[in-house]
Design a protein around this ligand. Structure first.
Ligand code: SF4
Length: 312
């Protein structure tokens, strides 16, 4: 973290000012969460988490040898029809946790030698999470903070994280507004997402790793390939190439599976094919994006979902 504890305290206050009425994300629901009103994400005014554990399936510089200290928060501001985490991202499963207990969990993850604290879908709980980071920092938390997000974020909110977040792990899900509206109810996803990723890069700069190739600073963009080119990958690759070239890492994900409500959309009811996968890789290479990972792909399910990444 590059800011002082008093500065962090100031950011906490600013985050609280955005949380009720809630304008923490581009939905700008303006609901009074303090009084129990719920917006699009259905998040309460109390933090809720589903899983906390050392995660070994993230990209190599995130998981490293000892795992990424991952905290999955309940609820989400995107609600994708195919979300594999829908029981907690959309139905809100999870347990309430106090800022003090979350701080203790962060310190526990550090004690397990995790390389970082990996906050998954955190924005709707931002003020509470920042308080936990504050508590944990006071008691010795020193590993990098990773902000693992759908990428549907406001610049104003991201600016509160400047100097607190070390590594951004945003999705770039859709390169057009037809798919983003149809499958995630977010017509403005792509323009909002592009500006968000620019701000993230502005804060962290180029990827920096330590002597063990563990990431210390930087941005890794995740792109999930949907069947029938529904993620409009070309526009995303063009944006990355024009703005960051090889200063950002790209993680190309092949594990799409028609979970949740995907069966309501005929075009989404299958996994991607090897041909689609290879075509997407070729397209990324055409834009000079060979800095990152492509997931191992095989049509045998056990291997396909092994979560193995390899450097291209
Ligand atoms: S965080 Fe939730 S309640 Fe707040 S603006 Fe976003 S979707 Fe709405």
């Amino acid at each position: 973290m590059d800011i002082t504890l008093p500065e962090l305290n100031d950011r906490i206050n600013q985050a609280y000012a955005l949380a009720s009425p809630c304008i923490l994300c581009p939905r700008n629901c303006k609901v009074n969460r303090k009084k129990g009103e719920k917006g699009f994400c259905k998040a309460d005014y109390k933090m809720k988490v589903r899983h906390i554990f050392p995660h070994f399936g993230e990209e190599p510089p995130i998981s490293g040898t000892y795992g990424s200290g991952t905290i999955f928060f309940s609820n989400c501001n995107l609600n994708c029809v195919y979300c594999q985490n829908f029981p907690f991202s959309q139905k809100g499963e999870g347990d309430e946790i106090s800022k003090e207990d979350l701080a203790k969990k962060m310190l526990w993850l550090q004690d397990q030698k995790c390389h970082n604290i990996n906050l998954v879908t955190p924005t709707h709980f931002l003020p509470f999470i920042l308080e936990s980071i504050y508590e944990a920092k006071k008691h010795g938390l020193s590993i990098p903070i990773v902000y693992n997000t759908s990428g549907y974020e406001k610049i104003e909110v991201l600016k509160l994280l400047n100097g607190i977040v070390d590594v951004y792990l945003p999705d770039m899900r859709y390169g057009d507004d037809i798919s983003s509206q149809k499958y995630s109810n977010a017509k403005d996803y792509f323009p909002v997402n592009q500006e968000a990723v620019k701000e993230m890069f502005h804060q962290t700069g180029e990827v920096q790793t330590d002597e063990n190739n563990i990431i210390k600073k930087g941005v890794i963009i995740r792109h999930l390939i949907l069947p029938n080119n529904l993620s409009a990958s070309k526009s995303i690759f063009k944006f990355i190439s024009q703005n960051f070239n090889d200063k950002i890492l790209l993680s190309l994900m092949s594990q799409y599976f028609p979970y949740h409500k995907a069966s309501d959309f005929p075009e989404l009811t299958r996994k991607i094919t090897l041909e689609e996968y290879q075509n997407t890789i070729n397209m990324a290479e055409m834009y000079g994006l060979d800095n990152g990972w492509f997931q191992e792909f095989t049509e045998e399910e056990d291997k396909k979902y092994a979560g193995v990444y390899f450097n291209n």
